[in-house]
Design a protein around this ligand. Structure first.
Ligand code: SAH
Length: 224
C-alpha cells in the first residue's frame, strides 16, 4: 500500500481532487492512503504560530524549521523508509521518471509550505528532497503536492487497467505521445488521418512512432 502523509496548514485540501475518478476509486479500494496532518498542531504559543519574520528583513513570513521538524517527527514512524519531500519552486523538477520511482516505493511524506517559504535549515535537518512542479509560483505547496501524488497514484499497480497501463504515454520513452482521434470520422471539415482507418496495424504503428518523434522534435527539442 502506497501510504501518503501530508503536512499542511490546510488538511481539508486533501484528498481533494484525488478523491474522485481513478485515484478516488483506488483510495476506496485501499490501494493507497492519504493522511493530511495539520502543521498548526505543532505551532508555538497561544496562537500556535508556525511562521516568523525573515532573518535579514524583507517582505512576508517564513515557516519555522522547529515547527516543521516537530510536525515531521510526529508523523514519521520508526524506520519510515518513505522519501520525504518539501514542495519548493527551487527544487529539482518533478518528472515522470520520479513518479515511476516513487510509485514503486512505500509512499511519500510531503511538506506543503505557505507564505514566502520555509527556513532553509529544515531541508538538511530532516533530509528532505526539494521538489518543484514547474517554473511558476503557486501560493502554497498543496496544489503542487496534489500534482505529484496524482502522477504517482495512477502508476500504482492495480490503479490503472492493463489497457491504459501508460507504457506508451508522453515522457515514458523520452518523447511526447502521438495524436489521438475518435468518431466522428469527419468533424467540422477535419478528417481523421486515413492511415488510422486503414486497418494496417504495422502502418499505423509506424505512423504513430513517426508522429511522436516529429512532435517531440518540434515542441520539445530538449527531449529529442
Ligand atoms: N518566495 C518563494 C515562493 C513561495 S510560494 C520563491 O520565490 O521561491 C509558497 C510555497 O508554495 C512555496 O514555499 C512552495 O512550497 C509552494 N510552491 C510554489 N510554487 C511551487 C512550484 N512551482 N513547485 C512546488 N512548490 C511550489
Amino acid at each position: 500500500m502506497f501510504a501518503c502523509t501530508l503536512l499542511t496548514l490546510f488538511p481539508k485540501m486533501f484528498p481533494g481532487p484525488l478523491g474522485e475518478s481513478l485515484a478516488g476509486d483506488a483510495l476506496a479500494r485501499g490501494l493507497w492512503s492519504c493522511d493530511a496532518l495539520d502543521i498548526r498542531e505543532h505551532g508555538l504559543g497561544r496562537h500556535r504560530a508556525v511562521d516568523d519574520t525573515p532573518a535579514g528583513g524583507g517582505p512576508g513570513m517564513v515557516m519555522r524549521a522547529d515547527v516543521l521538524a516537530a510536525s515531521l517527527d510526529a508523523a514519521l514512524t520508526p524506520g519510515d523508509a518513505r522519501p520525504r519531500l518539501i514542495m519548493s519552486p527551487r527544487g529539482e523538477r518533478f518528472t515522470q521518471a520520479r513518479a515511476r520511482e516513487w510509485a514503486a516505493g512505500p509512499g511519500l511524506v510531503i511538506v506543503c509550505p505557505r507564505f514566502e517559504g520555509f527556513d532553509e535549515r529544515i531541508v538538511a535537518g530532516r533530509s528532505l528532497i526539494e521538489v518543484s512542479i514547474g517554473d511558476y509560483v503557486l501560493s502554497g505547496g498543496e496544489v503542487a503536492a496534489l500534482a505529484v501524488l496524482d502522477a504517482c497514484v495512477r502508476l500504482i499497480p492495480g490503479v490503472m487497467g492493463k489497457a491504459e497501463s501508460g507504457a506508451e504515454e508522453s515522457f515514458e520513452a523520452g518523447r511526447l505521445e502521438y495524436p489521438h482521434y475518435t468518431r466522428p470520422r469527419e468533424w467540422e471539415g477535419r478528417a481523421i488521418p486515413d492511415v488510422l482507418l486503414s486497418g494496417d496495424h504495422a502502418r499505423i504503428e509506424r505512423w504513430r512512432r513517426d508522429e511522436a518523434e516529429r512532435i517531440t522534435r518540434v515542441r520539445r527539442p530538449d527531449l529529442a
